[in-house]
Design a protein around this ligand. Sequence first.
Ligand SMILES: [Zn+2]
Length: 617
Amino acid sequence: MSANKTPVLQACPTSSADRVAWDLTDLYAGVDDPAINRDLETALKRAQAFEAAYRGKIEVPGGPPADTLLAAVRELEGLFEQMDKPIIYAGLVHAAKTDDPKHGALLARTREQRTVINKHLIFFDLEWVKVADADAQRLLAEASLACYRHYLEQKRAWRPHFLSEPEEKILEEKTVTGRAAFVRLFDETVATIRFPFEHKGRTELLSSSQILARLYDADRGARQAAAEGLTSGLRDNARLLTYLMNTLVLDHRSDCNLRRFDDPMGPRHLANEITASVVDALMTAAERYHGTVQRYYRLKARLLGVEQLFDYDRYAMLFPDLPSCDWPTAHGIVQESYEAFSPKAGAVIREFFHKSWIDAELRDGKRGGAFSSSTVPSVHPYILMNFTDKLRDVMTLAHELGHGLHQYLSRGVGYLQCDTPLTTAEMASVFGEMLTFQRLQQRYPEPRVRLGMLCSKIEDGFATVFRQVVLTRFEQSLHKARQEQGELTTEQINELWLAANRPMHGDVVQLTDGYGWWWSYIGHFVHVPFYCYAYAFGELLVLALVQKYKQEGPAFVPRYLELLSAGGSDAPHVLLGKLGVDVNDAGFWELGLQLLDGMVSEAEELTQSVLGERGVI
Ligand SMILES: [Zn+2]
C-alpha cells in the first residue's frame, strides 16, 4: 500500500487521462455479482469447518504434528483469501466512486461479514502462540513447514510480552475508554479546529490540511499568514492537546512496563522486525548530514531571493510554472524507464497499462491521492491515482507502479507472506520513482525545468529522511522528560520540539517562536508512537539501493527482482542480506545520504547556470 494522502473528493476538471479507468472484472463482474455472496458464504462454511477441525488440536502437549499444522495454515491461507476478496473489491469500487450509495453499502456489508467469519479463526493464533518454545522450534525447523516458517515465527514474536489471558482481556476492554478514547478526542479536536488565515485584508477560517497547504504558496505573505494562523489555532487548543499528549505518553509507558519493554521504542522495533542498533545507526548517520540540509536551504534562500529563510519558507514552491505532461507521454516515460532497468519488469508494467489495471482519470466522487492495492495473489494488483497533467503526477504513476510491480512479483509467496513490514513497504515504489526521475531529467534538458524537478525531489527526500529523524528525536526526548519530570507544560514540550529541530536547521533557517507549538497537530505521535523512523529507513534504504545499482550495473537487477519476489517471506535484514546489504553497518546508510548530498550539489550547479549573472529567477 502507498502512503496515502488525505482523501479529498475532487471537483471534476478534465485531464488527458480521461477514460483511463480500471476494469475490476478480474475480481468480480460488478457490485451485484452473485459470486460476492457466494465467496462470503463459502468462506463462512470453511471457517466453521476449520474451527471444528482444529480447535484444541494446536495447543496440545508437545505441539501439533507437523502435517496437522501445515494443513491448518494452508487452509487458513485459502480461507483468508476468499474472505478478503469481496471486501477488497468493495474498497476499490468505493474508492473509485465514493458517492454511489451502493458502494458504501457493499463495503459495510462485506466488512460485517468478515467480522462474523473471523470470529471462527481467532483461536488459531492464540493456540499457536501458547505452544511451548522448544516444541515450536522443532516444528519451525521441519522442512515441510519451511514455506510458512516466517509467518509462524512472526506470530510468536510477541509471546514474551503477552500477559495472562484475564489480564489481556481487561486491558483490551479498558482500551476503548482509555487510550482509544483519547486518540479519538485528539483526532476530532484537530479536525474541528478552524485556523484563521488573514491575508490581503481578508480572514478565512481553514482546516488544518487547508492551512498546511498554504505553506507551499509561492507568495511569502501567504506563507507567513498560514504559519501565524496555524500557531494561533494550536495555541487556542494547547491546554487540551498538551493534556492528551501527556496522558498518551504516560499510557505508553505503563504499557511498556506491563509488557516488559525497557525502551519505549521496543514495541515498534518488534513490529518493524528491526533492532534498536540498526535504528541508532540510521539516525546517527542521517544527523551527520545536517550540513547537506543547510546547504540546500541556503540555496533555496537564494532562489527565493530572500536574505533570511524562516520556518514558513521551507516549503515555498519554487517553480510554479513547470511544463505539463499529458497521459500518453507519462505512460511512455514510465514504461521506458522500467523497461530500460529490466525487460522483465517492463513486461509487468506493460500489463498494467494494457489490461486496464490503472484508474487515472478524474471523476466526481473519486477519492484523492493514490494507492496500489495488492488485492489477492490469485488476481493481480490495481492502481488508483488522479492524473492532472503535472510532472509530479508522472512521479506518482512511477511510484504506484513500483508498488504494483512488488505486489505482482510477490504473489508467488502466497497471501499470508506477500506483504512486507512498513520499513521495506516503500522499497520498490521509491526505487521506481528514481528510475523515472532520471529519465525525466533527460527528457526535459532545460536547466530551469531540471532544477525545478530536482528541488522538489530533494525536498521530498528531506521530508522523508531528515524530518522523520527529527520527529523521532523529539519523541525520544518527550518520553524521557515525561518519565523524569512528570506532567509537562506546553512550554516545556515546545522547548523540546525546538531543541529537536535546531540541529537540522542550524542558523540557516530561523525558527520563529510560533514554530514551537507545531508538534501538537502531528497525528503520528498520538496514533502509533515512534512510527516516523520507518519512513527514514525506507527512503535511505532505497537511495542506497539506487547507488548500489549505479555501482554494480546489470548484475544488480536479477537480485533486486528476486528481493521483490520474496515479499514478506522473511525478515527485511535477511532478505536484504542476500543483496549484499548489511543494515547494521553505518556505512551502508552513508550510501543513500551521499546520493542526497550529490543531488544538492547538482542543484547548486544548475542554479548557477539558471541564475547566471542575474542573481534571481
Ligand atoms: Zn507508496
